[in-house]
Design a protein around this ligand. Structure first.
Ligand SMILES: O=c1ccn([C@H]2C[C@H](O)[C@@H](CO)O2)c(=O)[nH]1
Ligand SMILES: [Zn+2]
Length: 151
């Protein structure tokens, strides 16, 4: 992926309009969050090649470790909706953050199962005024995936 900081949509090879919609949906998805413990709402939007915007939000639990991040919520929705293997990028936004949010290690590994090394991850700050784009391989180098299990 060639990163274009000025025109981020070009890095991903999508229309500017689609990129703006992606940002809007990632921000809006935060309203779906169930986060009574951290009070930190995270929204995610997975864009598919058929132009579906699959939203996810973090779902917390009184047993804190059972919490599911926004990214995994969206991934699980996509996979169970028969949307595997047709993803363009994944976008996230954390509530009221001045800096761009970055996906946790568990979510990076979950994503690793379904996308290739060059898959773009789009990270927004709270109001969407800042964006950072990295490939999965940049966020999870030398990763372990399904191909490492082939015998
Ligand atoms: O990339 C991230 C980082 C954190 N969270 C959630 C998990 C938890 O509910 C809250 C605080 O960590 O934010 C996400 O959903 N995605
Ligand atoms: Zn996570």
């Amino acid at each position: 992926m060639h990163l274009n900081e000025q025109e981020p949509h070009l890095s991903i090879g999508i229309e500017e309009e689609t990129f703006n919609e992606l940002r809007q949906q990632a921000i809006e998805a935060r309203s779906l969050s169930y986060s009574p413990y951290s009070h930190f709402k995270v929204g995610c939007c997975l864009l598919t090649k058929s132009n579906d915007f699959i939203k996810g939000a973090n779902i917390e639990n009184a047993s804190y470790g059972a919490t599911i991040c926004a990214e995994r919520t969206a991934i699980v929705k996509a996979v169970t909706g028969d949307e595997t293997d047709k993803w363009v990028c994944l976008a996230i936004s954390g509530e009221s953050l001045d800096e761009c949010i970055t996906p946790c290690g568990i979510c990076r590994q979950t994503l690793r199962e379904f996308v290739d090394a060059e898959f773009p991850i789009v990270m927004f700050n709270g109001d969407g005024s800042k964006v950072k784009i990295r490939t999965l391989n940049q966020l999870l180098p030398d990763s372990f995936g399904p191909d490492n299990l082939q015998t």
